[in-house]
Write a protein that binds this ligand. Structure first.
Ligand code: PLP
Ligand code: LYS
Length: 435
């Protein structure tokens, strides 16, 4: 059975459907492992954010954090939905440019941006660079002078908040590799330096406290701390920010235990907090920027696998092995992330017991799901794992020389391949024989 919080249906054949398309047929056509997205879910997720800001009548940009899932087709969809874009590397920026994403709506992040990355961004007229450290300011200053250009800049700060999430995906705490420390004088020093450069338009502050958050508390506290700093800069230097960027990190549902926030309510809550705080320090409400990644792509995607070998350890557990694993979904191995799934070709059949789903890599930690109730499983059944749309494809790797899977978009009953499966030739094409 499909838990009702996974937004997918069963068709008359008793098969799982995505975007009105039978995913068992997709597995036959494109092979497995296969990433499948229901594009209408991506669009609805974008609209939850974009529309709510519009309804509230506040100036805002919702930048899709493309690290969650960056391909040309995906960026075209989010562009159609009126989103801006957050990129964290030259590769993500290149993909955005290839997708025809308006460069003025792209924001560049990164804790170690290279001279080449910054030059590319500035030469293309990037919408904004979110500066992270003093070395980067130096590089930006150098490029602007050499190229006689100007650029919009936000300053990323670490507000010193321990968000309630896995330690690896916490980013706003004081002991973090990201951003300028808000309380030890570094942010003030950076502020003066950015303000003193006439080629830099310093627009305001950015903070991102972590990922897969289920509470607004940390985000609201971050906003409060940013406003304390803005108040100081307003009084001391007459600075009025154009922009306040509160980052992303809004959680999604992987399992029954997850309780995601309603995104329209989240937008309303953040907006009223920003309005209130701005009024309390006597400045106009800045343009509000947010950066959801997982919340846009996560629940829209699923991964299809073909079941192969099985192993029963009496009194311990039953393993089923699939033709993918930590190469297409690193999250269970990296964060002990928990997923749910169904047999796509037997969705209506009753569960027969619980199995552990193993990946195919030569690694004991390559387990996708430890405890998944399923109908009786046979080799060649198609397993669909839900909520893999974010940080699945984007963290895929070639461990054990597995080619990366293809990606298919389905919408209104039609499917289209948007990323081809890697071939074995792709795996060796950059290798050079050693003579
Ligand atoms: C600066 C920044 N913005 C946005 C995001 C997007 O996070 P999420 O996919 O959790 O929304 C991240 C990642 O955590 C990030 O580091
Ligand atoms: N890759 C992580 C999130 C990192 C967010 C980027 N700062 C995940 O899968 O949960």
């Amino acid at each position: 059975m499909i838990p009702d919080y996974h937004p997918f249906n069963v068709n008359k054949a008793g098969h799982l459907e995505a975007g009105g398309v039978d995913v068992v047929e997709l597995a036959e056509t494109y092979g497995t492992p296969l990433y499948v997205y229901d594009v209408s879910i991506i669009r609805n997720n974008c609209r939850d954010f974009v529309r709510t800001f519009r309804e509230l009548g506040v100036r805002a940009q919702v930048a899709y954090a493309s690290k969650a899932f960056s391909t040309v087709a995906m960026l075209q969809v989010v562009n159609q939905e009126g989103m801006s874009l957050d990129v964290v590397s030259q590769g993500e920026l290149y993909t955005a440019l290839q997708a025809g994403f308006p460069v003025s709506k792209i924001h560049l992040h990164g804790n170690n941006k290279s001279l080449e990355e910054l030059t590319m961004a500035i030469e293309h007229g990037i919408g904004c660079i979110v500066v992270d450290n003093f070395y980067e300011i130096e590089l930006i200053e150098r490029i602007l002078q050499e190229k006689n250009k100007t650029v919009n800049v936000l300053m990323r700060v670490t507000p010193g908040i321990e968000s309630n999430t896995h330690h690896y995906i916490m980013t706003g705490n004081e002991d973090s590799k990201f951003g300028f420390n808000l309380s030890n004088g570094q942010a003030d020093q950076a502020f003066l330096r950015l303000r003193n450069n006439s080629s830099i338009q310093f627009k305001g502050l950015h903070s991102h406290i972590g990922s897969q958050l289920f509470e607004t508390e940390g985000l609201l506290l971050a906003a409060e701390l940013l406003f304390q700093k803005l108040d100081h800069w307003h009084i001391e230097y007459g600075f009025v920010p154009d922009v306040l960027n509160l980052g992303g990190g809004f959680g999604i549902r992987y399992t029954a235990e997850d309780e995601p926030l309603s995104y329209p309510s989240l937008v309303r809550e953040l907006t009223s907090a920003v309005k209130e705080q701005a009024a309390s320090i006597g400045i106009p409400t800045p343009e509000i920027w947010i950066e959801p990644g997982r919340a846009i792509a996560g629940n829209a995607g699923l991964t299809l696998y073909t079941v192969g070998s099985m192993k029963e350890i009496p009194g311990v557990r039953s393993y089923i092995s699939v033709d993918g694993g930590m190469t297409d979904n690193l999250r269970p191995a990296l964060y002990q992330a928990v997923y749910e799934g169904v047999l796509a070709n037997k969705v209506s059949q009753p569960d027969a017991g619980s199995v552990a789903v193993a990946g195919k890599c030569c690694e004991s930690g390559d387990m996708l799901i430890w405890d998944l109730p399923l109908p009786e499983v046979k080799p060649n059944d198609i397993l669909a794992v839900f909520s893999t749309g974010a940080y699945g494809y984007s963290m895929a790797n070639n461990y054990n020389r597995f080619p990366k899977p293809a990606v298919v978009f389905a919408e209104n009953g039609t499917a289209q391949q948007v990323v081809k499966r890697e071939t074995y030739h792709d795996l060796v094409k950059n290798d050079i024989s050693y003579e």
